[in-house]
Design a protein around this ligand. Structure first.
Ligand SMILES: *Cc1c(COP(=O)(O)O)cnc(C)c1O
Length: 390
């Protein structure tokens, strides 16, 4: 190793929560109202305003948000839902909750987002919905997907777990489809530790999600322990225990006020990486579609393996030895035992996703990653390439 560069230790993720969040949570603890209540309502109001959407409904996770969204569009046993294979377990898992079938779709080589051409190939008379995932924060080709959806009368639920804040063609992600889901998990671009949100402009979907997130009991059930609340409630449906809490909302309100500045910081890191890597033939930088604002939840670097005598796993080890934490997003779902065993998927069912997975790694990207740290990551990548150049 080059001794002129002192070794730093850079974790894959550091959360951007500080004293302000701690204070806000402490205030809620002292208020005595710990579960869903006024702070949650305020967080929903401000989130809806930020996105520019009529309804924002806070829930316990993005997985819950996806489940409730599929419930809202009335997915039935035997239905098929088209999901990209390059995503987290949740996106397809929720489909199985209904006895419906997750149909795994290949991704575009450039964006790693669901490939509209492969969606068309995999549509059958049983297809009911598409769940596009804005991978790494890069918006999907929503125009192409929208055309396919309307032509085949399919619903669309967007998994925007990576895409806060993102713009597609001037439209904020969260306002485009019938329903959109967000994640506030610890590593996501806005965090409440755990949490999620459904956004929609449709009143009846919003009502259904509000009903089902809290046991299917009448709408303001959470108020029943407050002064203006009533002891009376009615169970209308067999719902779920998916509500948010005011502790999470307090954190979320502070995070939301920093959402734009945190996004600018992540964009700064991405641009620094892009500038440095664009003239290194051994690696490929993420391709950014025109007319989009990317949320940069992840920075996925792809290796041009023909130029290197080391594979992706080896590259990760080399960076780890230099103190740099990385990750891989994602092992394509169709390669996992569940989907091979229960749905008969084989490795070459989604060849692009497999190929891109084998040469992808995710570099650290978060608001408080300093310029020096970014520089150290860049120098380390350059050094590993130099050592292992074919
Ligand atoms: C993180 C993630 C989810 C799940 O979010 P939770 O809030 O943890 O349920 C869903 N989809 C994608 C693409 C994710 O990365």
């Amino acid at each position: 190793m080059n001794s002129s560069i002192s070794k730093l230790s850079i974790p894959f993720h550091r959360s951007a929560v500080g004293n302000e969040e701690a204070q806000a949570v402490a205030d809620v603890v002292r208020s005595g109202w710990l579960t869903m209540g006024p702070k949650t309502i305020e967080f929903e109001r401000q989130f809806a305003c930020y996105i520019g959407v009529k309804h924002a409904i806070a829930v316990s996770s993005c997985t819950a948000a996806l489940h409730l969204s599929l419930d809202a569009i009335r997915i039935q046993p035997g239905d098929e839902v088209l999901v990209p294979t390059t995503t987290f377990a949740s996106t397809a898992e929720v489909v199985t909750y209904f006895g419906a079938r997750p149909v795994l779709v290949d991704v575009e080589a450039c964006s790693l987002n669901i490939d509209p051409a492969d969606v068309e190939k995999k549509i059958t008379p049983r297809s009911k919905a598409i769940i596009p995932v804005h991978f790494a924060g890069q918006p999907c080709n929503m125009n192409a997907l929208g055309e396919i959806a309307s032509q085949h009368k399919l619903h669309m639920v967007e998994d925007a777990a990576h895409a806060l804040p993102a713009l597609y063609s001037g439209k904020r992600v969260g306002t485009i489809s019938e329903l959109t889901t967000f994640s506030f998990y610890a590593t996501k671009t806005l965090t409440t530790g755990e949490g999620g949100m459904v956004t929609t402009n449709d009143d009846s979907y919003a009502q259904r999600v509000q009903l089902m997130r809290l046991h299917g009991i009448s709408r303001d059930a959470w108020k029943r322990y407050s002064v203006e609340g009533s002891w009376f409630y009615e169970v209308l449906e067999a719902g779920y225990k998916y509500n948010f809490t005011d502790l999470q909302a307090a954190l979320g309100l502070v995070q939301l006020s920093k959402c734009d500045s945190m996004s600018e910081q992540r964009t700064r890191v991405a641009e620094q990486y892009n500038r440095a890597f664009s003239d290194m033939p051994a690696v490929q930088t993420p391709c950014v579609l025109p007319d989009c604002q990317v949320a940069w939840h992840l920075y996925v670097l792809r290796l041009n393996l023909s130029q290197l005598s080391i594979d992706r796993d080896g590259f990760i080890r080399e960076l780890m030895e230099r103190g740099i934490g990385t990750s891989v997003h994602f092992i394509p779902l169709h390669m996992h035992p569940l989907y091979r065993r229960d749905y008969g998927y084989k490795e070459n069912d989604c060849p692009v996703a497999c190929r891109e997975y084998s040469r992808s790694l995710s570099l650290p990207i978060y608001p408080d990653l300093s310029e020096d740290e970014v520089g150290y990551v860049i120098n380390s990548v350059r050094e590993v390439i130099k050592v292992w150049k074919r």
